[in-house]
Ligand binder design. Sequence first.
Ligand code: PLP
Ligand code: COI
Length: 363
Amino acid sequence: MADKPSFRLIPHSNPVPDAERAQLIADPGFGKIFTDHMVVIRWSVGTGWHDAEIRAREPFQLDPASAVLHYAQEIFEGMKAYRTGDGRVTLFRPEQNARRFNESAHRMAMPEIPEEMFLEAIEKLVALDKAWIPAGEGSLYLRPFMFANDVFLGVRPASEYIFCAIASPVGAYFKGGAKPIKVWVSQDYSRAARGGTGAAKCGGNYAGSLLPQAEAIQRGCDQVVFLDAAEHRWVEELGGMNIFFVMDDGSLITPPLGTILPGITRDSVITLARDNGLVVREENYGFDQWQADAASGRLREVFACGTAAVIAAIGKVESKGSEFMVANGETGAVTEKLRDGLVRLQRGESNDGHGWLRTIPLD
Ligand code: PLP
Ligand code: COI
């Protein structure tokens, strides 16, 4: 059984001055600047979770034999805090991140963290560093993560772990802002196989995606699209986003769960689309079909979605030996409507009929 430690607050003795912070968050980009504080909670066999602290963000000291450096027992989450028009600070479905974090932990043979502790860690960090939340379209990207910290070279689940959460003021994920993105469909590399770790948000999945992602960038594309590992045929997801296809009858197709990351944005889009009377099918869709449907006009729009990118239209598709456009390279009406609906909901500008927003207590 895990302990339930109370959080010890050790405020930063020398936080970034107001004027400098204001300058930093005016045009933050993505993942480049960080707030003053971080949360750290330790776990060890026998003691469970202990020593929960919120303190100045600073480097870790790791022994060269620390398990994470060798066998990559590491998981993370990505979520955002928003400043709403009426002055609240909110999180979007954070309990889903807590749940997925624990599913990732289970898959990687790591200890689970009580959901309330995960949520308290995030809320306390956001409340303390709330001045870092950018105004306007920006948000505070939160990165909870956990890694094995045993000093031991044997291959087995570690007996010590560190949970940490950091925060980063962010703007648009893609440099082009809301412009449709170009994707590169990799036919040489896959992201995940059945029985593998595809559904877990573990660092290793991203390490394996970097070479195909670099190929995508080399070809002038923004993101790599992965096909399934067995047949190299079925579309799975992008390096850091899920994918939806909008057909000419107004229905949506998105790849089924299994080897892909079960995106919280994906789940929200499915719900919002159904709220709007659209039919959504979670089914396999082949790259050959994608090309044929784009050529025949049966396929009207394609978009990617995730916490970092929100909803981004896919305007151009490239792969070895083929290149084609979708929706004339523009953002289609269904994509636009879903993005607008989701963004307004996340920012507290529309009715939160699903109870997805969690207001953070600010003192
Ligand atoms: N797929 C991958 C591989 C991701 O990294 C992400 C981003 O977190 C997603 C999908 C979308 O997940 P979510 O909507 O929960 O952010
Ligand atoms: C996210 O959307 O939160 C991710 O973790 C994906 C990454 C591209 C930043």
